[in-house]
Design a protein around this ligand. Structure first.
Ligand code: RAM
Length: 906
């Protein structure tokens, strides 16, 4: 490769997004080079609007660019904010980038990339909200509604055609007999009263084939999250009780003229263009599943040839209060297909498919039976002690798909408006013998970009890593949910908060959390309190538990850390400070939080009999998180240049730490709560220093040993437990602890056959019996928060808090443990990072390091005193500058620029 190249252009983290409503989108790119130590010293970005890019040179000369940054001296290659002319609605912006590197060589221009804007202002919308006429079709009917209209285009050549759509409810679109796009469960789930996402679909190719008989656009409309009931209290119709559709099709012709087809009660010429009907989906509900009678199918309903004379009128709904917004996260899609690994006949005589993996999504099947045959698929996570089908833990979620055959021919079906969490599927009514090839498990979740992997010498830990990833896939379905199967599936703030750092290793989660945090801010109470679940669907009182509400602060801070994204801090700032001010106002002691309801160390094993709440004092947890969130808000204020706030929150933080010490630390340095979680929090949040810190760390290690190498922690203590051991001189103990196979431990569930993370350490007891039906999920990522420690502390791949987003990388691989090798790989905003090590029996350790262009790293090699260190088989002095090596008490620290390195210590 001759010079540095620019690749992987992204806009707001996304590849060529359509329908964006961000006023000043941020652009990013990666550098490609085969040289070492490559840094970007300058960049230039050019942006052309709608066709201007056909000839960049001409556009440049004729002032046809909406933005030309010129050469900007800057190392910034992510989050470069668009600073050109004000963006217009429904327009395409094409951009390209070139850079100069440390050798002052200019790269060639990148390939073109683009973003398209959506309808930027509320006034840009001319469509009506339409719904079946209530006199014709009962609005609360459980059937899925179908809406359609025919239209003609002018016959001119179409340059671009985009559909913008959203719904109160859940919709899928069809155009001329074909599904539009491949995203599911649109418009997704937001805090609907405040924010409703609009999807944009490029339908240019579908409309380029000439007008022919004209076209038909239509939508199927189900209840979805908008109307569906929620949780155990069965709250329904929380946002509204009427489904409705909003749609605009914007066509731009080659000659620059435009045309808009909309959802409307009446057309411009007064015609009632839209019609409504019910069809084969006689019920669809997120918890319960779907009922489909194929005999009611309206074949070809979205084609021009279809006769819709029996369809009913539509009526127009008042505009809902909510704000329409373009999407910022990826859509929900089918990302993988699993085939059943076996067909089981259970002792009770049931026929059950085993998908081999606890997954979230749906079953697609082919069946050939006689017309009118009734089929059923029940979905469950585990079989019981006897090997029979078990649905007790689903509580009131039926997870059932019922299908009635239309004919004697082969028929295909998959539900569209519900998803199921399951490994096992009980089949009823299917003709025997069952051919497993006729079934496919479609894995469904937000289509996040895969980012990282972790692997080591213990296969059980590798399975744990897989289980964590599957837990993330199953529960990152537009909203970070606690579980995907029972009558819950809610955006529990505490779970999201403990898992976010791990999540950010496995997948790119910045878009996902950017969206969710906006909902968190939207649902926050006026006093800064944070509902337990976001979107907020629970009772109003009580709300705001420590460690749950702290998601308001911890999540944006983590996204900033992992992606260098300062905008999320700006946008969430009021929400973050709001939360801290809320806590400060609780009770009558400003610096302690010792009032109100708290979940405590949820599901901690040191809980009293029949209690979900671990033994760690709740006021200790609450005050510890108060300190932590305040410290993060102080740092945030500093990052944003809000000096007064930074000072104010630093001061508050200092005073909370003091109050914590006064209340919970004895003069001799013992902690009030003798629990692993108390020790972990005090260490993690820097609430103890010096000799006291030492004592607390020792006490933590002692407690793990006393428990014979077991943990007792719940949701709150578990994520940081191993980190605190590793950081305080007990890394080998942490590695032993994570490799514990006996109950309770991370690996115990794997011995019980788990393929995802369980809600309870003993979801299935050693004798095969279950934890109570009341609350027992087998796909609950919270304890998967250990993943972050595997990446950072075992493989050693970490970031520098001061220079976030992996601009500066910290590598602290640690071979001091029972493992013989470990390796993590991560696709950072700058490109691929690798940190791996392997240890030979003679003690020789080889490190594999890879750093992407435009980053630097500090590689920390432990125990090098008296040993020989080679970089690429050579003396480090021949490879690295003299000033890039320093010894920190037996740890050799090497400063590295981008490139690959093989380091050997013997
Ligand atoms: C249950 C789930 C969830 C947890 C709450 C407090 O609903 O275990 O994960 O956050 O309780």
């Amino acid at each position: 490769m001759r010079s540095t190249m620019v690749t992987e252009l992204r806009c707001e983290y996304l590849k060529n997004p359509v329908g964006l409503t961000v006023a000043r989108p941020r652009l990013g790119w990666k550098l490609l080079t085969d040289r070492r130590n490559v840094r970007q010293t300058a960049y230039q970005v050019q942006v052309a609007e709608d066709g201007g890019e056909q000839s960049w040179d001409v556009a440049e000369k004729q002032n046809g660019l909406v933005w030309d940054s010129g050469r900007v001296e800057s190392a910034e290659s992510v989050h470069v904010e668009y600073a050109g002319k004000e963006l217009r609605s429904v327009s395409r912006y094409t951009y390209r980038v070139r850079v100069w590197d440390d050798r002052e060589e200019a790269s060639p221009w990148s390939e073109n990339a683009f973003w398209e804007t959506g309808l930027l202002q509320a006034e840009d919308w001319s469509a009506d909200w339409i719904t079946p006429d209530p006199d014709e079709i009962h609005p609360q009917a459980r059937e899925v509604f179908y809406l359609r209209r025919s239209f003609k285009l002018t016959g001119k050549t179409v340059r671009r055609a985009t559909v913008f759509a959203t719904a109160l409810g859940m919709y899928e679109l069809e155009l001329d007999g074909r599904r539009v796009g491949d995203s599911l469960y649109t418009p997704g789930w937001t805090s609907y009263k405040h924010r409703l996402q609009v999807q944009a679909y490029d339908v240019t190719t579908q409309l380029s084939g000439g007008s022919g008989d004209g076209h038909v656009i239509g939508a199927a409309l189900a209840d979805g999250w908008y109307i569906g009931r929620y949780a155990w209290k069965k709250r329904g119709e929380l946002y509204g009780d009427r489904r409705a559709l909003l749609l605009e099709l914007h066509v731009v012709y080659e000659d620059g003229t435009t045309e808009v087809i909309t959802s409307a009660g009446r057309d411009t010429d007064g015609e009632k263009a839209w019609k409504a009907a019910t069809g084969p989906v006689t019920a669809a509900n997120l918890y319960d599943g779907e009922t489909y009678d194929a005999r009611l199918e309206r074949t070809g309903w979205s084609t021009a040839a279809y006769d819709d004379s029996d369809w009913k009128a539509v009526s127009v709904l008042d505009r809902p209060e909510t704000r329409l917004t373009g999407e910022q996260s990826e859509r929900i899609k089918v990302t993988e297909i699993l085939k059943p690994i076996s067909v089981i006949r259970t002792p009770a005589g049931e026929t059950v498919l085993d998908m081999g993996q606890n997954m979230v999504g749906r079953i697609a099947f082919t069946v050939k039976a006689s017309a009118g045959t009734a089929l059923k698929l029940h979905h469950a996570e585990v079989l019981d002690q006897e090997g029979n089908f078990y649905v007790g833990n689903l509580r009131n979620a039926r997870q059932e798909v019922a299908y009635t055959c239309r004919s004697d021919e082969a028929e295909n079906y998959r539900p569209s408006f519900s998803f199921q969490g399951f490994r096992y599927v009980r089949l009823e009514g299917f003709p025997e013998p069952i051919d497993p090839d006729h079934f496919a498990g479609e894995v469904i979740h937000t289509d996040m970009q895969p980012a990282g992997s972790f692997e080591c010498s213990n296969p059980l830990l590798n399975q744990l890593q897989q289980n964590i990833v599957w837990g993330q896939r199953g529960n990152f379905l537009d909203v970070p949910t606690d579980c995907p199967q029972r009558d819950e599936r809610l955006g529990w703030t505490g779970d999201a908060q403990v898992f976010i750092r791990t999540a950010a290793f496995n997948y790119g989660v910045a878009p996902f959390f950017t969206k969710w945090l906006k909902d968190l801010a939207a649902d926050q109470w006026p006093d800064g309190g944070v509902p337990f679940v976001i979107p907020h669907v629970m009772d109003d009182d009580p709300h705001s538990s420590s460690a749950w509400g702290d998601a308001a602060v911890i999540c944006p801070w983590t996204i900033y850390q992992c992606y260098g994204d300062t905008r999320i801090l700006q946008e969430q700032y009021d929400s973050m400070t709001g939360w801290v001010e809320y806590i400060r106002a609780q009770g009558d002691q400003e610096l302690l939080w010792n009032t109100g309801f708290h979940y405590g160390d949820w599901l901690g094993l040191d809980a009293k009999e029949n209690s979900y709440v671990g033994a760690t004092p709740r006021d200790l947890i609450a005050t510890a998180f108060f300190a932590y969130s305040t410290s993060l808000v102080a740092k945030t204020a500093a990052v944003l240049g809000k000096k007064d706030d930074a000072r104010k929150y630093e001061d508050l933080h200092g005073r909370i730490v003091q109050a914590f010490a006064d209340e919970f630390v004895t003069p001799n340095g013992r902690l009030a709560g003798h629990t692993q979680t108390s020790y972990v929090l005090a260490l993690m949040f820097d609430l103890v220093q010096g000799e006291t810190k030492r004592r607390v760390a020792d006490a933590l290690a002692e407690s793990v040993r006393e428990e014979k190498m077991h943990l007792t922690t719940g949701f709150v203590g578990t994520p940081y437990l191993c980190h605190m051991l590793s950081e305080n001189g007990y890394h080998d103990l942490a590695v032993q602890l994570v490799q514990q196979e006996e109950y309770p431990s991370w690996l115990y569930s794997i011995h019980q056959g788990a393929t995802t993370i369980w809600e309870h350490w003993d979801g299935i007891k050693p004798d095969g019996s279950f934890w109570s039906d009341a609350m027992n999920s087998y796909n609950h990522y919270a304890y998967g928060a250990i993943g972050d420690w595997l990446y950072r502390a075992v493989a050693g791949l970490d970031l520098d808090e001061q220079v976030p987003g992996y601009k500066r990388i910290v590598l602290r691989p640690n071979p001091n443990s029972g493992l013989t090798h470990a390796r993590a790989q991560y696709d950072s905003p700058y490109g691929k990072i690798v940190s791996g090590w392997s240890k030979r029996e003679n003690g020789e350790v080889t490190y594999e390091i890879e750093l992407p262009p435009n980053t630097t790293a500090e590689l920390r090699l432990p125990d090098t005193a008296g040993k020989t260190v080679k970089v690429d088989e050579r003396d480090p002095a021949d490879v690295l500058d003299a000033e890039s090596r320093r010894d920190e008490g037996g740890t050799l620290v090497l400063e590295l620029g981008s490139g690959r390195y093989a380091v050997k210590v013997s």
